[in-house]
Design a protein around this ligand. Structure first.
Ligand code: PPS
Length: 288
């Protein structure tokens, strides 16, 4: 609680001191990944929690017991967080590890490992909207008065966790340097079942049809938003205030259209073209 107003800086990127210390960040960079580790890599608000839940369910063959009784930050802890060292469990199954760290900080450790890396990306306009609301509810992040103010800082890449553009480009460039699986939030939305099956293929974890049914059913937004093990309702209000915005807010594609003016959207497109030039990644900006 007392580190709530502290900001850590790592390789030029600001991170909330509530969750990070110089020691925890060093521990992350020195971490020794083992064969069998599965690492979820995301820029914030891109589908992290969704992927944590899907992987939990895949590894439990669709049994919801763990998903309904253990918080996501315990079953798939963030590598760079203060509590990581004491949380990571050496169990029978693979270790699921989550990270928001950019590739310039973390890729070297993964390049020399046999860990499997799952990168989840999301249309950055929706990321910006979701992140703005997260700043309202998460008391360990700076407060922005307006969406417009937030958007300027987001496009400059000066928000906590750094530039979305650098994060996505940086990690995508690593795709041939490690056992890498790239998927988007929009892929999950468009065809959750197909995405689950593709993930099963990547993880070498075959499932029966009825098991896939269970994963699919449990990981839909209406079900997940009610699960206190992933909706962050267990966190005290002084740290995450759900009266200001829910963590499981809307769970849709294209909410940016309700938030950006045509001018803001054009400015976003311009920055996107500039920063993503030479990167052949395509994003779905809506599902219609
Ligand atoms: S964090 O803080 O980085 O861990 O956040 P993250 O989990 O990456 O992103 C939160 C957004 O993901 C949405 N979400 C979902 N959408 C659809 N279906 C499911 N099952 C699902 N689970 C989480 C969540 O609602 C946040 O998006 P917004 O747009 O704010 O609703």
């Amino acid at each position: 609680m007392e580190r709530m107003s502290v900001t850590e800086v790592c390789a030029g990127i600001q991170l909330p001191g509530h969750l990070h210390t110089p020691e925890s960040l060093q521990y992350a960079q020195d971490f020794h990944f083992k064969e069998g580790d599965v690492v979820i890599v995301t820029y914030p608000k891109s589908g992290t929690t969704w992927m944590q839940e899907i992987l939990t369910l895949i590894y439990s063959q669709g049994d919801t017991e763990i998903a309904m009784t253990v918080p996501n930050w315990e079953r798939a802890p963030w590598l760079e967080h203060i509590y990581f060292k004491d949380t990571l469990k050496e169990g029978e199954g693979p270790r699921i590890i989550t990270t928001h760290l950019p590739s310039n900080i973390l890729a070297p450790a993964l390049q020399n490992s046999k860990a499997k890396v799952i990168y989840v990306a999301r249309n950055p306009k929706d990321v910006a909207v979701s992140f703005y609301y997260f700043h309202k509810m998460a008391k360990f992040l700076p407060d922005f008065n307006t969406f417009s103010e937030f958007l300027d800082v987001f496009l400059e890449g000066k928000v906590h966790y750094g530039s979305w553009f650098d994060h996505v480009k940086g990690w995508y460039r690593q795709k041939n340097n490690m056992d890498f699986f790239y998927i988007t939030y929009e892929d999950l939305q468009k065809d959750l079942r197909r995405s689950i099956k593709k993930l099963c293929g990547f993880l070498g974890c075959p499932m029966y049809t009825e098991e896939v049914d269970k994963v699919e059913c449990h990981c839909r937004f209406p079900e997940m938003s009610q699960n206190v093990m992933v909706n962050y309702m267990l966190i005290p209000k002084e740290i995450m205030n759900h009266d200001q915005s829910k963590f499981m807010r809307k769970g849709i594609v294209g909410d940016w259209k309700q938030h950006m003016t045509p001018e803001q959207s054009d400015a976003f497109d311009k920055t996107f073209q500039e920063k993503m030039s030479g990167c052949n990644l395509q994003f779905l900006w809506n599902l219609d």
